[in-house]
Structure formats: C-alpha cells, structure tokens
Design a protein around this ligand. Structure first.
Ligand SMILES: Nc1ncnc2c1ncn2[C@@H]1O[C@H](COP(=O)(O)OP(=O)(O)OP(=O)(O)O)[C@@H](O)[C@H]1O
Length: 255
C-alpha cells in the first residue's frame, strides 16, 4: 500500500507537488494521471526514496522508503527505463541488482522469462530499442517479487503486443493482492487496466475515483473526456491549435 499525505516538494521557486494526499491500495491498479509537469514523477520519486519531501509524507506499507527493511521486496520501481548502464547486458544488469539485494540467480532467469527478454538477455542494454528497455525496466521492478509496484509510463514505446502484455501483467499483479501505481498519458489504456484513477494538476489533487465514477461525472463520455475537463485549468504546456501551427486555415487552404 502507498500512502501519500499532504506531500509538498519544492525545487527552489518551483512547487512540483503541492499538498497532495492519496492512497494506492492493495489489489488495485491505481492510474496516476496529469498534464506534463503536473508532479507525477516527482511524487513517485519521493515514494521510492529518491527525493526528500519538503513537507508531508509518502510511505509504502506504513514506512518511509528509507525505513523499509528489504526495499526491493517491498516495492518494485520503474521510473526511467534508460537508467541502465549501456555497456552491460540485460542479464548482467539484473544479476548485479539481484546480488546487491540477496536475490538468487534463478529469479533473474525468471523475470527475464516473464518479460520476454530471453533472446536478448546477453545483449548490451545500450543497443536496446525503447520497448526492450521498458521490458528490462519492468524486469528490474519485478525482481524482488514486491508487494507494491511503482511504474512510470510502463507502456511508453511498447508495441501493441507489449501494451497488451503490460495490461495483463498489472491486472495479474493486482489480482494477487499487490498494489500497483502506474502513470500514463494513454487514457484508453488506463481505462482498460486501472481500477482507480488519481488525477493531479500543478501538483494538486484534482480527482481520486474509479474509472466509471469519473466517466459518469463527466457526463458519460470517456476517461479522456473526464481527464480533459478536470485538467483544463492545469495544463502548463499547451501547443498552438494544429491548424494554426501548420499555417492551414479551417477551410484547408494555406495562409
Ligand atoms: N530536479 C528538479 N529540479 C527542478 N525542478 C524540477 C525537478 N524535477 C522536477 N521539476 C519540476 O517539477 C515539476 C513537476 O515535474 P514532474 O517531472 O514531476 O512532472 P510529471 O507530471 O512527471 O510530468 P511529465 O508528464 O512531463 O513526465 C515541473 O515543473 C518540473 O520542471
């Protein structure tokens, strides 16, 4: 279980997370949404002990990450799939991670199998495609057989088969009673795999509800409709309308 309570994180003059409170419960996939720069990654980084809160707390199973006796067994993390040493093979990377946490080699083989990386396990991670890197990141998160998983955009760069695989994986992990917190910008995918959705904007909570509740509150559209309504006032980085950006008029002619 992840509990975020009155969490604030400031970087100099920037308030990345602003008094945020929510709980990701066992047995559920909790989708974590928000516009670019809303504070999702920062929140996840605090949960897994990579950042210290300015105020408030974030705990896993009631303890701050730093106080967990066996962190890799408590919480599996995939924040940035590119953080793997490029010269190391997938197998070596996972083995090094396993060894530093007292995890046996057989579990390394197991997670390589679970993530479909058998044929490339001996290849240098630096040669991996985006999707293969994502799979390796997920393998690392699964290594400690953790009760909680924190996955930052796990379907980013995956092909349709990979997206389907992640959906099945997170559903299965939740069905086993684990807590899954997963961020994504893919509304359609989240509508399919999340039980609850936490939406933030400019570091603040905008909604914490089930997908059907959000859809009903938006007037019965889609999760995307609900999200766009809720975040309309919180988007910081908005491009020009497509017709303006391309120099085309509404009638389709060039300006
Ligand atoms: N190390 C840092 N130093 C300074 N500012 C930071 C740092 N990390 C994040 N920020 C700022 O905090 C805010 C929240 O960023 P964060 O990466 O958490 O957002 P996000 O919701 O994950 O965005 P995205 O969807 O683009 O990944 C942004 O304004 C960002 O520029």
């Amino acid at each position: 279980m992840i509990q975020v309570e009155a969490l604030t994180k400031r970087y100099g003059p920037t308030t990345a997370v602003d008094g945020l409170t929510f709980t990701a419960r066992p047995g559920l996939v909790t989708g974590f949404l928000g516009p670019n720069g809303a504070g999702k990654s920062t929140t996840m980084r605090v949960v897994v002990g990579l950042e210290r809160p300015t105020a408030g707390t974030a705990t896993v199973d009631g303890r701050r990450y730093a106080d967990l006796p066996a962190p890799l067994h408590a919480v599996g993390v995939m924040l940035d799939a590119r953080s793997v040493h490029p010269g190391r093979s997938a197998f070596r990377h996972l083995l090094a991670l396993a060894r530093t946490h007292g995890i046996g080699r057989s579990r390394v083989d197991e997670v390589i199998g679970m993530t479909g990386l058998e044929s490339v396990a001996r290849r240098r991670a630096g040669t991996f495609s985006l999707g293969m890197g994502q799979r390796l990141g997920i393998a690392g998160a699964l290594l400690g057989d953790p009760g909680t998983l924190v996955l930052d955009e796990p379907v980013n760069g995956l092909d349709p088969d990979g997206v389907l695989w992640v959906r099945g994986l997170v559903r299965a992990l939740a069905a086993e009673g684990r807590t899954v917190l997963l961020s994504s910008h893919l509304m359609h995918e989240l509508a399919l795999c999340a039980d609850r959705v936490v939406i933030i904007g400019q570091g603040r909570l905008l909604a914490d509800a089930s997908v059907p509740e959000l859809v009903a509150a938006s007037g019965g559209g889609s999760l995307e409709d609900a999200y766009l309504q809720l975040t309309a006032g919180s988007v910081q980085y908005r491009g020009r309308a497509a017709d303006e950006a391309t120099g085309l008029t509404a009638a389709g002619g060039a300006r």
